[in-house]
Design a protein around this ligand. Structure first.
Ligand code: PLP
Length: 374
């Protein structure tokens, strides 16, 4: 039985072209990029080529891109370095952020060096921009706004340009967790003023354990990891060359194919949405199903005795989906995002997230198989 993978917000399968590019590097380029001999210089050139690809994709300068171990590290770095190095005393964020942001905020608050204020989220899961403005106007302290571009659980999108303009108007720094949108939506950093932005290769058909942070040139921060002079002194440690090459290959491809992938996935999501409602009129959707990220549909099934086993039954039927974010799906503690929006609900949430590899036939199979599970 071939499986149906509808958990593409948790991760995506490695693109075969990316694997090929990475394998060639693993096989042939073992040089340490910090060495000055030929092998080292070749490895260094691969990293710098990859940096150029990322910078071109975002329309920023190559000196603003730093490779990291993934989105978690990039987000930790943006938040913690802002407080440590840029004098940020207040962070405005939202309760729907990824745990790597929320838990970083907890640690920052515990140091007493900065306070955290949460912006109001409306019933559909969108950030209340008037409340953001009210918060920004209410304090004199140096402030960082940290809001995600797309929510990984319910898919809601932040109006990136508008929020960037608001932050600029109020003189606040702006960090945007773009892990779920990188490679899926165009981002032009020449037009949109963002202080920090994060990306993670495994969300756009690249390898796991590698990502990057964009740090706007106006923000001079100190190393996050102390060590050698790698990443222009910002992050010590011998670089993950094949991961970095894989990231750039995957991002380049995601951007080149963005429109056609988006059209295909948008169609699948709309088809799934419609088919579910036709067959199970009692289903509801979390967040903003029409306005959110085209790859995510968070479905709320009515309370039922079998509901707790829904995810497991889907898995046994060869269908992979998720109960919440991947970090919490191993232990089903419930979603902090859905919990915030519907605290008293006894309904069962399943997040389905699509890729350009999925088909309408797969969607038909999932809709049919759900019949015996509700
Ligand atoms: N931010 C968001 C919105 C995510 O969805 C994820 C991954 O699930 C992360 C950050 C963390 O990225 P990584 O897995 O590369 O550490």
């Amino acid at each position: 039985m071939s499986r149906i993978f509808l958990d593409n917000s948790a991760t995506t399968p490695l693109d075969p072209d990316v694997l090929e590019a990475m394998t060639a590097v693993m096989a042939e380029h073992y040089g340490n990029p910090s060495s000055i001999h030929a092998e080292g210089r070749r490895a260094r050139a691969l990293i710098e080529e990859a940096r150029k690809t990322v910078a071109n994709a975002l329309n920023c300068s190559i000196g603003e891109i730093f490779f990291t171990s993934g989105g978690t590290e990039a987000n930790n770095m943006a938040l913690k370095n802002s407080v440590r190095d840029l004098g940020v005393q207040r962070i405005i964020s939202s309760p729907l952020e990824h745990h790597c942001v929320l838990h970083s905020l907890n640690s920052i608050e515990a140091t007493g060096l900065a306070t955290v204020a949460m912006v109001r989220i409306d019933e559909r899961g969108n950030v209340d921009l008037d409340d953001l403005k009210r918060l920004l106007a209410s304090g004199e302290q140096k402030t960082l706004v940290s809001l995600m571009h797309a929510n990984n659980e319910i898919g809601n999108l932040l109006p990136l340009e508008e929020v960037a303009a608001i932050c600029e108007e109020y003189g606040a720094l702006f960090h945007c967790d773009t892990v779920q949108t990188m490679g899926y939506y165009p981002i032009d950093l020449d037009k949109t003023k963002v202080s920090f932005l994060s990306g993670s290769a495994h969300k756009f058909y690249g390898p796991k354990g590698v990502g990057f942070i964009y740090v706007n040139n106006d923000n001079i921060i100190k190393p996050y990891l102390d060590g050698g002079a790698q990443e222009r002194n910002m992050r010590g440690g011998t670089e993950n060359i094949y991961g970095i090459v894989g990231l750039a290959k995957a991002l380049g491809k995601a951007i080149a194919e963005q429109e056609q992938r988006a059209a295909h996935i948008t169609d699948l999501k709309a088809y799934f949405h419609k088919s579910l409602l036709e067959k199970y009129p009692e289903v509801q959707f979390n967040g903003d199903p029409e306005g959110g990220h085209y790859k995510v549909l968070s479905v709320s099934f009515p309370e039922s005795a079998k509901g707790d086993l829904l995810l497991m039954n889907l898995d046994l039927s060869g269908i992979s989906a998720s109960g919440g974010s991947a970090c919490s799906s191993g232990i089903d503690v419930g979603s902090h995002v859905v919990g915030h929006l519907s605290p008293d609900s006894k309904r069962h949430t399943i997040r389905f997230s699509f890729s350009h590899h999925n088909t309408r036939e797969e969607i038909d199979t999932v809709v049919d198989k759900l019949a015996g599970m509700l």
